[in-house]
Structure formats: C-alpha cells, structure tokens
Design a protein around this ligand. Structure first.
Ligand code: SF4
Length: 330
C-alpha cells in the first residue's frame, strides 16, 4: 500500500490512462503519493476484462475492466476519474472524450465491489484553465487525501507543465524522424486512440509489424497538427476525433505521407469519424484497420502487405511524374 513511504494510487493502463498518466503521476508525486499503473495488457487482463464487462462494448472498454480487476485491493487508493474532455488547439472546440470512456468510472464501480472510502473518482475537465481545474479536483478529492487547496493547485500546475513538455518532446522526436526521411520514401501517419496506438495487444504489435515491412510510421501524437484548419468540420465534438482528422489532412498535404487509421469494431465515435476521414483522404490511398479481441496478426499482416504494395505503386508513379516534369523543363 506504500512505496518509499508514500501511499499508492492505482491507475488503469487503459482508456484515458494512456493519455493522462504523465499528468497524474506528477500530480500525485507532488502531493506525496505514488502512482501505480496496471501492467501492459496481456492475455490474462484481456480475458478478465471480457469476463467482467456487464454490457456489450468496444474492446478497449472491455480491457479496462481487466486492468482495474488486476489493481483491486493492491494500493492505498484506486483512482477512477471520469475524464470529460481534453485540451484543444482551438478554444471553441469542445474536445470531449467518448461517453464510453467518460462513463467508465461509473460502470467499473457498478461492476466491482470497490471500497468507496479508498476510491478517488473525480470528474475532470482538462479543458478548464489550470486554476479551475485545480479547484475542481480539490473539491472532489482534497478532503479524502487531506490536501489543501493550495497544495492541489500547485500539483496541477506542476503536472500540466510536465505533460506539456512531454507532448513537445514527442513532436520534436517526430520532427527528427521526418527530417531523416529520404526523397520519395513513404511515411505512414497512424491515427487512432492512445489506448490502441500504444497498447501492443490492442494494436497487435502494429509498430513492430510495420517496421518488419520496412515502412516508416509515426503515431499521430508525434505530429504537430494543431495548426491544421478544421473549420470545415465545425461540429467536431470529440477531442481525439479532431486530432485524427487534422492528422488525415496533414497526410493529404504531403505527397509521400499516407494514412493508416486504427479503430475498433463497435466504436460509436468512429462510425462517424471514418466517413470524415475517407472524405479527407479523397483519392489518396489509406488503410483503416478495425480490430477487436477476435482479430489476429496474420490477417493484419496480409492487409499491411497489400497496403505496402499500393504505397509503392503510388510512389513509383510520383517519381515517374517528377522525372518527366524535370525532363520537360530541361
Ligand atoms: S472512442 Fe470508440 S473505442 Fe474508444 S471508448 Fe469510445 S467507443 Fe470505445
């Protein structure tokens, strides 16, 4: 229940946990607690999740039950926030998380006999300014943790600063990789939710498999797409949906960039977003991979190999067109 004399706080390595773990780790650290994550998704966690879920949901939600089950009773506190929204590049955007993710805290608490006294379940709006965010969190968990308003406020500022630095580091790394790409070398921009992009079980080791095929690929968080104009989708409700569409536009704007969208069967948000994604891609090649607990690596590899052929043909045509234009100019 303690690490280095600090009470432990458990966070699932699933859903919002992937995107907000840096923030929460530093937030709790500043308050004298220690964040503990569940292990990376494995066969046991996946099976436990599928067995525990009380309604038919997408695979990432099922897996989250397995992660929480793995954590139950092992830490001083179980942290089950209801994360409503995320920061957005344009102030007027709403940046909402999907309702399945927002409501996960309530569904998990209904499914498992969690100890309410040792559960922290604040409603969190990351789109709020730091002052309001600090107040919101303090009002909900300050007394349980016996932390003052000032201490929680200071922890929020500290954690936001580190989260911001982490986001910038990702983009800097992405930019370094893109600068090393040769002329006519294709680059895949992989869009999707963080809990798919960075979970090797949910994405069936997509990154490793693309590398085996010799393809350069970057997850969308390594691209700064914040300045891409999304005013033609004025009602884009979802924060991650907006980032997916901005990255798609970014890919279309570069001849050697190609889109790969990773999604799940049963994803309500993507039942809309996929149509917008296809609209943006227009005549450009793209691949949408829809996965769940029944998907297997062999099937994915077949589709990746086929997509690689399409990409190579497109690049050959591009090269011929450029060479012809240069020949004409001479
Ligand atoms: S966005 Fe889709 S995959 Fe993610 S929790 Fe919602 S329904 Fe599931």
């Amino acid at each position: 229940m303690e690490v280095d004399g600090r009470p432990t706080v458990a966070l699932q390595r699933a859903l919002y946990g992937h995107q907000t773990a840096i923030f929460w780790a530093h937030f709790f650290d500043k308050l004298g607690l220690r964040l503990v994550l569940s292990p990376p998704t494995n066969a046991y966690i996946s099976r436990m999740g599928i067995e525990s879920v009380m309604a038919e949901t997408c695979y990432p939600v099922k897996v989250s039950y397995g992660h929480v089950r793995e954590l139950l009773g092992k830490t001083a506190y179980l942290f089950l926030p209801s994360v409503i929204n995320m920061q957005t590049p344009v102030e007027t955007e709403t940046g909402f998380y999907c309702p399945m993710s927002q409501s996960n805290s309530y569904m998990i608490r209904a499914a498992f006999a969690v100890d309410r006294d040792r559960t922290l379940s604040p409603v969190v709006h990351f789109k709020y300014d730091p002052e309001t965010l600090g107040l919101e969190i303090w009002e909900q968990i300050g007394s349980k943790l016996r932390k003052s308003k000032a201490a929680v406020r200071k922890a929020v500022y500290h954690a936001l600063e580190i989260q911001d630095q982490f986001t910038k580091d990702l983009v800097r790394k992405g930019s370094e990789i893109l600068q090393g790409v040769q002329a006519f070398e294709p680059v895949l921009l992989v869009t999707g939710r963080p809990y798919n992009l960075y979970d090797e079980r949910l994405n069936l080791r997509l990154g490793q498999n693309l590398a085996k095929l010799g393809l350069v690929a970057l997850p969308m968080d390594f691209i700064d797409s914040s300045t891409v104009d999304l005013s033609d989708f004025p009602s884009m409700y979802w924060g991650l949906g907006a980032q997916i569409l901005r990255t798609a536009k970014y890919a279309v704007a570069h001849e050697n960039y190609f889109g790969l969208h990773l999604t799940n069967f049963g994803c309500g948000a993507d039942s809309f977003i996929e149509h917008f994604y296809k609209h943006i891609m227009g005549d450009d090649p793209y691949l949408i991979l829809e996965l769940d607990e029944h998907s297997a690596v062999a099937g994915v590899m077949t589709r990746l190999e086929a997509y690689k052929n399409v990409i190579e043909n497109t690049m050959q045509k591009l090269r011929r067109d450029v060479e012809r234009k240069v020949g004409l100019a001479n």
